[in-house]
Ligand binder design. Structure first.
Ligand code: UDP
Ligand code: MG
Length: 312
């Protein structure tokens, strides 16, 4: 009997829980010799999500003391799965945008190819705001160009993983988590399955423009140190350039005497360098901020209650 853990991050999904459970159970029955263990992670929902989960027969859950974000919810689920004895774990959204029936196909591909992970990739971004698609595409371009990992376009947090891969990820205690990057960073063979984007069955996407921007910056800074290097290079180039300019000015003054006062050029240079320095401090600040958060070593989430034993 194959055991598969389903990790489902939920934040205010009261209308979707039952529908999701029904669809997932149907998938479970359609796969031969296999049983699912449900790990619903209630990420500080303020509606009836937790009650809906508790009412499901045989569903495991972890409930947070407040909203810690989807990354924290996935981490909690992965840790619980790593402590258990499941053969595989699946991370999947509760809003049915990740069709549960795809798990069957994913499992088949995983077993056929003997790889460690099969991940879903959206082939279209239909039903998504155009602006969001444009920025998402731009983000993947920049990420792949400048960071140490390669993200496939359209990759979503929907994948099946072997137990050893789950363990590896659960053992990474970093607080600034960007799972799409972590899944890639740990290595192991990954195969892809394509699917059409589907609209949310109920409720709104939890992402705000600011939330997505922060998520993109997090993802980039977590996996790339090229901005630091670029800042260093740019700083050195500007420093050498201004030194040459200074020498030229001194020689000019010695040879030709005092020039007319160059107020405009002076103020331009001061403003220019002021801007460059502040921009670079900003970049360095992003990294120092992250070091600050990591060194404080606060937990990624705080659990309020759970019915899953021995998962911490
Ligand atoms: N989610 C969560 N915590 C949050 C926001 C979202 O656990 O703070 C869950 C949400 O319930 C859903 C999944 O993460 O199951 C994806 O969220 P959403 O549908 O809002 O994102 P999108 O599909 O628009 O990327
Ligand atoms: Mg969604």
């Amino acid at each position: 009997m194959k055991k598969i853990d389903l990790i489902i991050p939920c934040h205010n999904e009261e209308d979707n829980i039952e529908r999701f459970f029904a669809a997932a159970s149907e998938t479970e029955n359609s796969i031969e010799d296999c049983c699912f263990r449900y790990i619903f992670v209630d990420d500080g929902s303020t509606d009836g999500t937790l009650d809906k989960i508790k009412a499901l027969e045989g569903a495991g859950y972890i409930s947070f003391s407040r909203n810690f974000g989807k990354e924290a919810a996935m981490y909690a689920g992965l840790k619980a799965s790593a402590k258990g004895d499941a053969d595989y774990a699946v991370v999947i959204d509760a809003d049915l945008q990740h069709p549960p029936e795809l798990i069957k196909e994913m499992l088949k591909k995983l077993e056929e190819t003997g790889c460690d992970s099969v991940a879903a990739r959206r082939v279209s971004r239909k039903g998504e705001p155009v602006i969001r698609s444009i920025f998402a595409r731009l983000f993947y371009k920049i990420m792949n160009r400048f960071s140490e990992i390669h993200l496939a376009d359209g990759v979503v947090d929907f994948r099946i993983m072997s137990h050893r891969m789950v363990k590896t990820i659960a053992d990474m205690p970093e607080r600034c988590r960007f799972s799409k990057g972590l899944f890639q960073w740990v290595g192991f063979d990954t195969q892809w399955i394509e699917f059409e984007n589907v609209k949310r069955v109920s409720g709104e996407s939890r992402w705000t423009v600011w939330g997505l921007t922060k998520y993109a910056i997090d993802g980039f800074v977590d996996f790339a140190d090229s901005p630091l290097k670029a800042a260093g290079v740019a700083g050195s180039v500007i420093a050498v350039g201004s030194l040459l300019y200074l020498i030229a000015e001194i020689i000019k003054t010695i040879l030709m005497g005092k020039d007319t006062p160059g107020y405009a050029s002076t103020i331009c240079l001061i403003l220019f360098f002021g801007g460059v320095i502040i921009a670079m401090l900003g970049i360095i600040g992003e990294y120092i901020g992250r070091m600050y958060i990591e060194t404080k070593a606060r937990p990624v989430y705080v659990e309020k209650e759970s019915n899953i034993e021995n998962h911490k």
